[in-house]
Design a protein. Structure first.
Lengths: 389, 238
């Protein structure tokens, strides 16, 4: 089956409230949506979230790479229909991912770390369309290992007062796991206040988004350990794995790699360096479903525990893909599916956000399992690029 | 601060934010385009066309002390009280006067029903009907509070700047009079609800925060983008 047309839409969907971490504050989603049309008329949707401080991609450069480098290859490829046998599903996903071009400059100094958001956007659109064309669900390719998915809440970097307010909301909703964005300023007061507000029951994780030095990360973990913190995510910037290994060795809180984990090669190197006990997998960051599954398998074999994270501001498309992956993989924490809890309006007809206790059902409809509303895309698209044969 | 004052202060602040918003002020000063005013009318109709159904839900969860007032309010909306004026019909009359044809008016009804459907199919964040009912009661009574203070001004703006007749604006003038009583009864209903279901002050504060996280009036009447511009989530278009 060949793609015959596609549209790239750069969105600006406002948030209900600003979301901040140590690197920046966001007030709207800047996702790029791929609307792909197959030769039989079937339409599939994918989503890319470009983050310069993660993969090196910006919205502009991502759009350019998606249109100028990936589309010419995609439009010439005759994609296979999804296999009937579930066992062959992963191979089918990998075959799709392998058609998406690699830039020789990727990973070199001055270049992007990887065009992973761009490839993820196309991969998801292709998977959605090809599955829909056969009336099949992604859950038949990535069979679920659980009956529902339980999501974590995330508390943005903010004042103690705002953090407590947010923590109380999550407590009201009985969310069992919370992640706190830490910045290096007033961390102890915020984490203590949050723990006091939610009580002992919810698990707490912290995420530094690379704001600390090695010594600062170790000291912060020592300072916060008494609040029963399950993991400390990306406390130091992406860089020498030995630095992360030093933090892991000295800190009383298990370390989780996020920005340090973008490619399969990163995963191999982190494992070899004993740099962390946790991986944070993210579909857009890791280059799509196939690559994320490959990293997860590597982690599993090495005894690394996994969280499936998300991109702040992701829409229902990445949330749906995340739901499938979270149900399929042995991940211990899941983030995402915030939908209208964060976005002023989502783009799917049926809401994707989780409910009480963070629970969300599996998706079983064809493709990614969601119905995208084109009129919502048009409302929030500030840039639209049409691609044809 | 006692509970009644806490709720009234929250409503007052919410209404004030709405009244001071750029869109509301543009509506009053006649700076909205005709298309924007028509969209406002459509949004307002959709926001209130299914009010009787929402009140029916609240009636079903109301404590005995609050049930008669909510029941009366519901019957009044349906035109089944002594006055016999069906409020959704007033909204449809308003749409017709504004030039919405039969298909457009039907679309408003379908849209309102779709909103109700969404409310029923959205995953529930609250763990009990008690919490959900309180959140809905707060929202409904806050709307009544707002209408009791601003409905006349909105109606007048539509009369002056959109050229609508006083007859077609009956919904606004009706609510501005009636809802002064409703607004006070509404706060009393909330107080009764809190007492009956033994809602703690801390829980009330959190549910107030959740319910009024966004300005419900700007969002429902002017849309998500207008609200985002007002709260600086998006830059306002020049």
């Amino acid at each position: 089956m060949k793609p015959v047309a596609a549209t790239l839409m750069a969105l600006r969907i406002p948030f209900v409230e600003a979301f901040a971490h140590s690197v920046r504050s966001r007030t709207y989603s800047d996702s790029i949506v791929v609307r792909l049309v197959l030769e039989d008329g079937t339409v599939g949707y994918g989503e890319a979230v470009a983050r310069p401080y993660v993969t090196g991609e910006t919205v502009e450069s991502c759009l350019d790479f998606m249109g100028a480098q990936i589309w010419p290859v995609v439009q010439q490829t005759d994609y296979l229909a999804p296999p009937a046998a579930t066992a062959a599903g992963l191979g089918w996903l990998q075959a799709i991912a392998q058609t998406l071009p690699i830039d020789p400059a990727e990973g070199t100094p001055g270049g992007v770390v990887a065009w992973n958001a761009a490839r993820a956007g196309w991969e998801l659109a292709l998977v959605d369309a090809l599955l829909k064309a056969e009336g099949r669900s992604l859950s038949q390719i990535l069979p679920p290992q659980r009956s529902q998915v339980t999501y974590s809440g995330v508390i943005t970097a903010s004042s103690v007062e705002s953090a407590v307010k947010m923590a109380k909301r999550f407590k009201q909703f009985a969310i069992p796991h919370l992640k706190i964005k830490v910045t290096g300023e007033g961390d102890r007061d915020r984490v203590a206040a949050i723990r006091a507000a939610v009580g002992d029951a919810p698990s707490l994780r912290i995420d530094g988004n690379g704001a600390y030095t090695v010594a600062g990360a170790i000291a912060t973990c020592q300072d916060l350990a008494e609040f029963a913190i399950t993991s400390a995510e990306q406390m130091i910037p992406r860089g020498d794995r030995a630095d992360l290994a030093a933090v892991q060795a000295a800190a009383p809180i298990p370390q989780m790699a996020d920005e340090s984990l973008i490619t399969l090669a990163d995963a191999e190197a982190l494992i070899a360096a004993n740099a962390c006990q946790w991986f944070n997998l993210r579909i857009s960051k890791c280059g799509g479903l196939a690559n994320t599954v490959a990293i997860a398998h590597l982690a599993q074999a090495a005894g690394i525990r996994c969280q499936l994270g998300c991109q702040v501001g992701e829409t229902a498309i990445l949330s749906a893909a995340g739901r499938h992956l979270a149900a399929h993989l042995p991940v211990e924490f899941v983030e995402g599916s915030y939908g209208k809890l964060l976005l002023s309006q989502d783009i799917s007809r049926h809401p994707l956000h989780f409910g009480h206790q963070g629970h969300a059902p599996l998706l079983t409809r064809p493709g990614l399992g969601i119905e995208i509303l084109d009129n919502h895309l048009e409302t929030y698209a500030h840039q639209t690029i049409s691609l044809h044969l | 601060m006692d509970i009644r004052s806490l709720i009234a202060a929250q409503y007052q602040a919410h209404v004030q934010d709405f009244a001071q918003s750029a869109k509301f002020q543009h509506l009053e000063s006649g700076q909205l385009s005709g298309a924007e005013v028509d969209q406002f009318i459509a949004n307002l109709c959709q926001a209130h066309l299914k009010s009787p159904q929402i009140l029916a839900f609240l009636y079903s969860v109301a404590p005995p002390a609050a049930a008669p007032a909510i029941q009366h309010n519901m019957l009044e909306e349906l035109g089944l009280d002594e006055e016999g004026i069906c409020h959704p019909d007033l909204l449809i009359d308003l749409a017709a006067a504004a030039g919405f044809d039969a298909a457009q008016r039907e679309a408003l009804i379908v849209g309102a029903q779709e909103h109700l459907r969404t409310l029923c199919t959205d995953p529930l964040m609250f763990g009990t009907i008690k919490e959900l009912g309180l959140s809905v009661l707060l929202e409904v009574t806050c709307f009544e509070w707002m209408l009791s203070r601003l409905a006349s001004r909105i109606g007048q703006a539509l009369e002056v700047h959109r050229g609508l007749s006083p007859q077609s604006l009956a919904w606004f003038f009706h609510h501005s009079e009636v809802d002064i009583r409703h607004a006070e009864e509404g706060v009393t209903s909330v107080v009764d609800y809190l007492a009956y279901y033994e809602v703690e002050a801390d829980e009330l504060e959190t549910i107030l925060d959740i319910t009024f996280r966004e300005n419900i009036f700007i969002k429902r009447y002017f849309g998500a983008i207008a609200l985002a511009q007002e709260t600086h989530m998006l830059e306002a278009t020049p």
